[in-house]
Write a protein that binds this ligand. Structure first.
Ligand SMILES: [Zn+2]
Length: 262
């Protein structure tokens, strides 16, 4: 009679496989709940182009730096009062930061967000060191002064945004000008061909500033005088994307950032 062999429940190899599956399963069930939202968001909403943009995007030191404000995205009067106004500084109070005559302002009362003052001063110092004469025509506007600006240029439809819809209301947007264009601002000034306009075009990103309107966003094309401060890491990253051939503008970058991280 043949002796019945006692067969082990599983051999060594089967046991090893089962252990690995169990381990992976346990790991997945234990940790996967931490990930699904982000993964799902990326799968559903982002195009390949978006993924290319967010892959190595630096995190801004303050979310206001990538806040979208345009014809369809507003900042309310309450938000300006609560988020922005407490952080405004009067630039002429910091005149010792810019050689030799202080901040070059068309309006001595110009206020800006404290986040951008150091980089603004350094940019202006370097521009002035190159024997140029940049001027700040305008920065922060509250809802009332935005309406005043709008009323002044009523005949140029679209040149000035409605109250609540201008980047100037963050204190991070600047209109620059130059004596070469008689310190005028706007499409007719020719600022883009002035030495100061050319210098800013080439260098502003090194200090955290980028031109907002380069691709007909909100029907605004090439506002060569209007720059928004996004901080040095984001500005550098944006220029790197452009050099790699990405065809978005700063509003597209803000949109992709906000969709993924806010
Ligand atoms: Zn402007």
């Amino acid at each position: 009679m043949r002796r019945k062999e006692s067969k082990p429940l599983m051999n060594r190899r089967e046991f090893l496989n089962l252990s690995i599956y169990a381990g992976v399963g346990l790991f997945y069930s234990r940790f996967s709940k931490n990930f699904p939202d982000r993964v799902a968001a990326v799968k559903v909403e982002n195009t390949i182009d978006d993924l290319f943009v967010i892959r190595n995007m630096p995190v801004p030191k303050d979310p206001i730096l990538l806040r979208i404000i345009d014809d369809t995205h507003a900042i309310s009067e309450e938000e300006v009062a609560e988020l922005i106004e407490p952080r405004l500084v009067t630039l002429s109070d910091y005149d010792d930061r810019v050689d030799p005559y202080g901040f070059p302002l068309l309006n001595e009362e110009t206020q800006a967000h404290e986040l951008c003052v150091d980089d603004l001063a350094e940019m202006l110092n370097d521009c002035i060191s190159d024997n140029l004469s940049p001027y700040i025509a305008s920065c922060f506007r509250d809802h009332y002064s935005q309406q005043v600006a709008l009323d002044k240029v009523n005949s140029y439809e679209g040149l000035v945004a409605l109250p609540g819809h201008s980047q100037h209301q963050t204190g991070l947007a600047f209109d620059f000008t130059s004596p070469h264009v008689y310190k005028l601002v706007g499409w007719l000034s020719g600022f883009e061909n002035s030495p100061e306009g050319i210098w800013l075009y080439k260098n502003a990103f090194r200090y955290g500033f980028v031109q907002s309107f380069t691709q007909n966003h909100d029907d605004r094309q090439n506002e060569s005088w209007h720059y928004i401060y996004v901080g040095r890491p984001i500005a550098r990253y944006y220029i790197q994307l452009k050099v790699k051939g990405w065809d978005g503008d700063i509003f597209d970058l803000m949109t992709i950032y906000n969709r993924n991280y806010c």
